[in-house]
Design a protein around this ligand. Structure first.
Ligand code: 1HE
Length: 264
C-alpha cells in the first residue's frame, strides 16, 4: 500500500490499479507547497507502484495550487537558497521524468510554484475557472522550481517575462490558446477529463509512453543531427518490442478499434 503523506493523497484506481491519483490536500492553504509537501511529491512520484501506467495530479478545494508556501519563506543565505530551489527541481523532475505520464487537472489558481508544478506534467487539462500567474515577480523573488526552464517552452520567453514584470494573469481561455493547457473544459470537469485521458494513455505500449516522456523532450533540445540519431535509437527499441509488433498486426488484420478516428 502507498504510504500516507501529509497534505498529499495517493489513490490507485482501475481494475489493475493502473492509474495513480495524486492530490494536494491542503485546501485551507490553497494547496501552498510547504517544504514537506514538496518532499511528499518527490517521494510519491519516485515510488509509484509498479502497476501504475498513468497518473493524474489534482488539487483539493477551489484552487489547484497557490505556489510556494510564503509563510516558510525565510531569510536564507545563498547556499540555503540554492539547495531549496534544487529540492524543488528534484521533486518536479520526479513528476516529469518518472515512470509514467502525468496529467494535471487544473482549476482556480495555478500560480507561482503551482504553475511550475503544473508545467512539469505532460498534459494539462484546465477548467474554465483556471488562471495562471507568476507573482514571484511582484514579490521581489524569482521562480525557483524549474519554471524558467519549463514555462518558456510552453508560452515563450517574452510572455513569461511580461507575466513576471507586470504581474499579468491569464485566464483559462487565454491559457489554452497560449499553450499552458492542451485541453479546456467546463468548470468542475477537469478531473474527469484528466481521468479519461489517463485511462486512454494507460493502454499505450509502455515503451512508447517512455519514449515520449524521456526521449522527446531531450531530442527537442539536441542539435538536429544528434536528435535524428536519438530518434532512430528510441524508435528502433520501441518497434522491436513484441507488444508493438502485435499492435501493428492487429491493424493489418483489420481488428476493431485500431483505425485512426477523428475525435468527436
Ligand atoms: C497561503 C498561500 C501561499 C494562500 N503561501 N499561505 N504564491 C502567491 O503569491 C499566491 C498567494 N495566494 C493568493 O494570491 C491567494 O491566496 C489565491 C489567489 C491563491 C487564493 O485566494 P483566496 O481568496 O481563495 O484565499 P486566501 O484567503 O488568500 O488564502 C486562504 C489561506 O491560504 C490564507 O491563510 P489563513 O490562515 O489566513 O486562512 C492564506 O494566507 C493561505 N495562503 N496562498 C502561504 N502561497 C520554487 S519558488 C516558487 C515561488 C512562488 O511560488 S512565489 C508565489 C507564491
Amino acid at each position: 500500500m502507498p504510504k500516507a503523506q501529509k497534505d498529499l493523497s495517493l489513490e490507485l484506481v482501475g481494475k489493475k490499479k493502473e492509474i495513480a491519483v495524486v492530490r494536494l490536500t491542503r485546501a485551507a492553504k490553497r494547496n501552498a507547497l510547504s517544504d514537506a509537501l514538496v518532499a511528499a511529491l518527490r517521494d510519491t512520484f519516485q515510488n509509484l507502484p509498479d502497476s501504475v501506467r498513468a497518473a493524474v495530479l489534482d488539487g483539493e478545494g477551489e484552487h489547484f495550487c497557490a505556489g510556494l508556501d510564503l509563510s516558510e519563506l525565510k531569510e536564507r543565505d545563498a547556499g540555503h537558497g540554492l539547495h531549496h530551489s534544487r529540492s524543488w527541481h528534484t521533486a518536479l523532475d520526479a513528476v516529469q521524468f518518472g515512470p509514467v505520464p502525468v496529467i494535471a487537472a487544473l482549476h482556480g489558481a495555478v500560480v507561482g510554484g503551482g504553475l511550475e508544478l503544473a508545467s512539469s506534467a505532460h498534459i494539462r487539462v484546465a477548467d474554465d475557472s483556471a488562471f495562471y500567474g507568476l507573482p514571484e515577480g511582484t514579490r521581489g523573488i524569482f521562480v525557483g522550481g524549474g519554471g524558467s526552464v519549463r514555462i518558456p517552452k510552453l508560452i515563450g520567453v517574452a510572455r513569461m517575462t511580461d507575466m513576471m514584470l507586470t504581474g499579468r494573469v491569464y485566464n483559462a481561455e487565454e491559457g489554452e490558446r497560449l499553450g499552458f493547457a492542451q485541453y479546456l473544459v467546463p468548470a468542475g470537469t477537469a478531473f474527469s477529463k484528466a481521468m479519461a485521458l489517463a485511462e486512454r494513455i494507460a493502454t499505450n505500449a509502455p515503451l512508447t509512453n517512455y519514449a515520449l516522456m524521456h526521449a522527446l523532450p531531450r531530442i527537442a533540445e539536441q542539435p538536429a543531427d544528434h536528435g535524428y540519431m536519438t530518434e532512430a535509437l528510441i524508435s528502433a527499441i520501441a518497434q522491436a518490442a513484441p507488444e508493438a509488433k502485435q499492435r501493428v498486426r492487429d491493424f493489418l488484420e483489420g481488428k476493431a478499434g485500431t483505425k485512426v478516428k477523428k475525435t468527436p
